[in-house]
Design a protein around this ligand. Structure first.
Ligand code: FE2
Length: 335
């Protein structure tokens, strides 16, 4: 197919294609919309990076009732989930399975070997730190999956324990901090493949990715950070023993520098999950944590995974619908 003719007109560009003479009109608005460079919506420049001090009043909370009954409120919350990486809903019925209604409001559950839903509570023979009362440092979930679940939800059903404060940390902000303070360490973490793994009697999962992944523009796009599932880093192929030793040292120094930034209290937004609270966050960006708690009182969260493309799609569709309502409301009543 070739362009046989192209004529500018008031309504746009009229193009005639050869060899069959097919004609098409590219409107001015369509052309303008495609003139700007494509933005990677998952990259750091499309996000609002934050530290805890950006939320002086604590984590912003929206009632489930208003979220579920208003498209405009749901749009704002889901846009926050894309921009800041999380949203916190209050008043979701504190009943097992109610989390599925939250997921259904923007997408679909990502079922894994842990099932559609999983329960986070103290178990007598815990196979995972999550099922104890011990503190858990900042991490992303399931870095051993490819693709990794891009959204995680945690819904509090019971919390009578002392302690067990939840924490969220902007991994993009922390990675940007590392880039500013120690560019060599940042380069090392963006260029060294790290293998994460999970094995039990019925499952054997491994994924190899850099701890900080960049997009084609060199911008931060994904963080995988989980010391419990990270395997020992291997030397590059063909490296001599001396080169391998240098690579190991440089990687682990960089890893330690990043870990030291993640441990800064100023980065972690802390809050207590109460029954009916449901937090959803971008698992490719936001690291989550919890402090230890007393086992004298029960603490039971229900969780699941979902995907961020569903959030993006819902935001786009709700945005169209809200814009239509705004236009309709501004039209003269005689129309
Ligand atoms: Fe986790």
């Amino acid at each position: 197919m070739t362009v046989a003719d192209a004529v500018q007109a008031p309504d746009g560009l009229h193009v005639t294609f050869g060899p069959d003479g097919h004609q098409a009109v590219f409107t001015r608005s369509w052309l303008a919309g495609h003139a700007a460079a494509e933005v990677d919506r998952r990259g750091e420049d499309a996000k609002r990076l934050w530290s805890a001090r950006d939320f002086p009043g604590g984590a912003p909370v929206t009632s489930w009732q208003s979220y579920a009954s208003s498209d405009a409120v749901r749009l704002r919350c889901l846009q926050d989930l894309l921009d800041s990486g999380f949203m916190l809903l209050r008043g979701v019925p504190a009943e097992p399975g109610a989390i599925t209604g939250v997921v259904a409001s923007f997408g679909y559950i990502r079922e894994t070997n842990y099932g559609q839903l999983f329960d986070v509570r103290v178990e007598p023979t815990a196979a995972n730190l999550a099922f104890t009362s011990l503190p858990i440092g900042p991490h992303t979930d399931n870095p051993y999956r490819d693709p990794v679940p891009t959204v995680q939800l945690l819904h509090c059903l019971t919390n009578c324990a002392d302690g067990g404060e939840s924490g969220l940390l902007d991994g993009f902000r922390a990675a940007a901090q590392l880039r500013a303070e120690d560019p060599a360490a940042f380069d090392r973490l963006t260029s060294t493949p790290v293998t994460f793994g999970y094995i039990d009697a019925t499952t054997d999962l491994r994924a190899t990715r850099p701890m900080i992944a960049l997009n084609s523009a060199g911008l931060i796009r994904e963080v995988r950070y989980n010391s419990r599932s990270m395997e020992a880093v291997r030397p590059r192929s063909g490296a001599s023993a001396a080169e391998a030793a240098d690579q190991m040292r440089d990687f682990y120094l960089a890893y330690r520098a990043f870990a030291a930034i993640l441990m800064r209290p100023s980065l972690t937004l802390r809050f207590m999950l109460r029954p009916g609270d449901c937090v959803a966050f971008d698992n490719t960006r936001i690291l989550h944590s919890r402090t230890g708690f007393s086992t004298a009182g029960r603490r039971h969260l229900q969780g699941c995974y979902a995907d961020i493309d569903g959030v993006e799609s819902t935001v786009a569709v709700l945005g169209r619908s809200c814009r239509r309502k705004t236009v309709a409301a501004s039209l003269p009543s005689a129309w």
